[in-house]
Ligand binder design. Structure first.
Ligand SMILES: NC(=O)c1ccc[n+]([C@@H]2O[C@H](COP(=O)([O-])OP(=O)(O)OC[C@H]3O[C@@H](n4cnc5c(N)ncnc54)[C@H](OP(=O)(O)O)[C@@H]3O)[C@@H](O)[C@H]2O)c1
Length: 271
């Protein structure tokens, strides 16, 4: 019999995961629970095979996987009422909430040792190009590990971590990372317009260059440093720009920025 997956929360992340699973021709039975009827209606209109519920308990009955996809600040409120349902039923729990530890999720779900995978996806998951860091506790079986992998792979690439604490670094690098690239795109577009290009011209040149550089780097066996040196001829235009960026402290700024994000992730987790 096909396995059943229940999403608690019908927001952006659940929708992108469902969309990815359906595009992947998943054989999972998909259920979604959310108190907001409008969100559920959107799901029904988009994918008519997906069952929707306003009651979380009803939605998780006999589910093999529960994806907790609500905001971190309401996670406790969402988990505690499920304790009675999970007393004699131990599905795989996948949490995508930033900064909520496995220990807390387990405690709020009733404290018996449950298989829990904690993930940190990022917003490009919305266009099936996400990057997700994952960590699973000792209760996660090999089959459940593979199931979690196939669910998150539906929206991009995955990286399993050996230590839950590394999720703070993942948050700093790939979780918050899209915003760093957006800032660079913004700055390059502004600079391009100062060189006399129109806004539309600047946008196309900058975005396609970002996309092409990422694709080239992903498909190359050489690392980014080698690719950079290869396009930097002595005395040329690229060298002139890179000299300005490096002497202006860009590598050091990134080091400080990622450290600040990691520190904030630890603070939020402990708050
Ligand atoms: N978006 C991202 O790029 C991203 C990246 C990494 C991690 N995450 C994590 O993913 C999680 C979900 O993010 P999101 O962007 O999908 O948030 P979202 O769009 O706000 O979705 C959360 C959904 O949960 C619903 N909800 C509220 N209370 C509920 C309850 N008691 N039972 C069931 N559903 C309930 C919300 O309904 P209402 O709107 O009516 O409150 C909303 O539809 C968050 O924990 C976030 O930290 C998101």
């Amino acid at each position: 019999m096909n396995k059943t997956i229940t999403f608690i929360g019908a927001g952006n992340m659940s929708r992108s995961l469902i969309s990815g699973l359906i595009q992947d021709n998943t054989d999972l039975n998909i259920r979604v629970a959310d108190p907001d009827e409008a969100q559920l209606q959107f799901i029904q209109q988009s994918w008519n095979g997906v069952a929707t519920f306003t009651d979380n308990s009803e939605a998780i009955a006999d589910a093999d996987v529960i994806v907790l996809a609500v905001k971190p600040q309401i996670m406790k409120l969402v988990c505690e009422p499920l304790q009675a349902d999970l007393r004699n039923h131990s599905p795989l729990i996948i949490s995508i909430a930033a900064g909520v530890s496995i220990t807390n999720i387990n405690l709020w779900l009733g404290a018996q040792a449950m298989p829990i995978v904690r993930c940190m996806p990022n917003t490009p998951a919305l266009v099936q190009s996400g990057m997700t860091g994952l960590f699973g506790n000792d209760q996660v079986s090999d089959d459940q590990h593979d199931l979690a992998e196939s669910i998150l792979r539906a929206v991009g690439s995955t990286l399993w971590l050996s230590d839950e604490d590394k999720l703070d670094a993942v948050t700093a690098v790939s979780g918050s990372g899209p915003a760093y690239y957006f800032l660079v795109m913004e700055a390059m577009q502004d600079a391009a317009q100062k060189l006399g290009l129109s806004a539309d011209e600047a946008r196309l040149l900058v975005l396609q260059t970002a996309f092409g550089a990422a694709k080239l780097a992903l498909e190359s066996e050489d690392d980014a440093g080698v690719l950079r040196q290869r396009v930097t001829s002595k005395g040329g235009t690229t060298e002139a720009a890179l000299k300005t960026l490096i002497e202006g402290g860009l590598p050091r700024l990134f080091e400080d920025a990622l450290k600040a994000a990691e520190n904030r992730s630890v603070e939020l987790k402990n708050s």
